[in-house]
Design a protein around this ligand. Sequence first.
Ligand SMILES: Nc1nc(=O)c2c([nH]1)NC[C@@H]1CN(c3ccc(C(=O)N[C@@H](CCC(=O)O)C(=O)O)cc3)C=[N+]21
Length: 296
Amino acid sequence: MTAARLDGLAAAAAVKADVARRVAALRERGVVPGLGTLLVGDDPASRSYVTGKHRDTAEVGMHSVREELPATASQAEILAAVDRLNADPAVTAFIVQLPLPDGIDENTVLEAVDPDKDADGLHPTNLGRLVLGVDPATAVPAPLPCTPAGILELLAQNEVPVAGKHVVVLGRGITVGRPLGLLLTRKGTDATVTLTHSRTPDLAAEVRRADVVVAAVGVPHLVKPDWVKPGAAVLDVGVTRVGTTESGKAKLAGDVDPGVADVAGFLSPNPGGVGPMTRALLLRNVVDAAERSVPA
Ligand SMILES: Nc1nc(=O)c2c([nH]1)NC[C@@H]1CN(c3ccc(C(=O)N[C@@H](CCC(=O)O)C(=O)O)cc3)C=[N+]21
């Protein structure tokens, strides 16, 4: 058996087409949605992600504003840049690219973002709304963390059911695993979730019970073929640089062993799976914020 490919580029294109249509409608009303980014330091991976985000905004007709600080920036300088983005009327919503350099208190920086301008859904107010919003029908509207929302969208577009299914999430990080567990268990989504992490005693046994596996830990090829229930859907979120090619390009490895393709029913490639969805859902968060800012 060879797993069907959960094509993130195709699913992201569909999300972006919808975003582009909504941006055009807002522009007709004189509103130009804008994404801001704040990049601190010169990590090449972070820089390339941020550059990708600016390319995406242009594709859907959005404005974008890029703030950059050197790796030596102090916490006060970073907070001042956050305040500029909070105050900039051209910025509908923005992200602070993570991770921040050593010595910077990430949580303090995330808390300084205006919750109405939080494109990542990582401000405590918005994470709190996610916790409180067990029933999305009655929840206060709030941006959802982009990777978890992108994973649900990728599954939905490929008609992989999660309601009544057992989802095993590997990783309890704040951008993926933890908020994904909250999203999956909301009313209407109705998955049952096991949230595992580096101290889980028998990860293989947990994964074997899963109808859907989401691997977001950053351990190359951690999930082995004999861990996966035949026919399960497997989403490969983590990426690790495992060296460089002869031409100097980074060699990347996902969290899922390539042999899993012979066992799984569905598999998201990496790259080309969840990464493009994360970026598409970021754009959706910005257009959602822009629509909330204008009267209906
Ligand atoms: N505040 C914040 N928000 C984030 O959403 C955030 C962050 N910080 N820090 C780092 C992680 C990582 N992340 C990725 C997004 C897209 C791809 C992506 O599009 N990857 C392509 C490959 C891109 C390439 O080749 O460089 C793919 O998977 O096909 C990857 C990684 C967002 N993150």
